[in-house]
Design a protein around this ligand. Structure first.
Ligand SMILES: CC(C)(COP(=O)(O)OP(=O)(O)OC[C@H]1O[C@@H](n2cnc3c(N)ncnc32)[C@H](O)[C@@H]1OP(=O)(O)O)[C@@H](O)C(=O)NCCC(=O)NCCS
Length: 171
């Protein structure tokens, strides 16, 4: 998987990306909607999990800046178990120094288009979702700018989440 946008290249991550991704996922401020920031070992496990997803066309990709190639975050579609249903969720994390430049929106739109065109459609992935803590306004704005709409509020992994959804466009 390799997705290109005007300013970004989203590419499969490798174990060598751990230091750059740890600068994102290990930052307590960036991860304030999570129980805590990730340790370096947790980031290595995180990348290893994404690598197992890539053959099926899913998993979080590394977001890199065109030109420099600097990895500034991750974004992709990941299967989640939500109230007993398999749901394909778009997720994203951007390094604190690179937030508010529209990068998450740009990456998420590319992932949405990829998922709707490249992944075979069945009853489970005829739509995409994003689950977001209600207070996480930046993430909710990314979901909305990505065309998702608020479907309902759910409890997931012990926290209230806004459940956003977008249906696959009719062919
Ligand atoms: C959510 C996140 C990925 C957004 O990344 P980003 O690249 O800054 O997002 P964008 O620049 O595309 O901005 C999208 C919208 O969010 C808004 N936004 C971004 N940061 C904001 C902030 N701190 N406060 C208020 N609005 C914010 C932008 O203004 C924009 O909305 P607008 O066009 O109406 O102005 C980033 O804040 C992040 O990594 N957060 C921590 C991880 C996280 O919560 N991930 C999602 C888990 S569900």
């Amino acid at each position: 998987m390799l997705l290109t946008t005007p300013r970004l290249i989203l590419r499969e991550m490798t174990p060598e990306d751990a230091p750059a991704l740890h600068a994102v996922l290990g930052d307590a401020e960036t991860m304030r909607w999570y129980p805590r920031g990730f340790t370096r070992e947790e980031v290595e496990d995180w990348i290893a999990r994404q690598i197992t997803c890539y053959p099926a066309g899913t998993g979080l990709l590394g977001i890199t800046l065109k030109g420099s190639g600097t990895l500034i975050g991750d974004c992709g579609a990941v299967w989640q178990d939500v109230e007993g249903v398999r749901e394909l969720e778009i997720g994203y994390h951007i390094h604190r120094n690179h937030q508010r430049h529209g990068y998450a929106t740009e990456g998420a739109r590319a992932v949405r288009d990829y998922a709707f065109t490249a992944l075979a459609c069945d009853h489970e992935n005829d739509h995409l979702i994003s689950m977001i803590r209600p207070e996480n306004i930046p993430s909710r704005r990314v979901a909305e700018k990505n065309g998702l709409t608020l479907n309902r509020t759910i409890y997931w992994r012990g926290y209230e989440h806004c459940f956003y959804r977008i249906d696959r466009p009719a062919q």
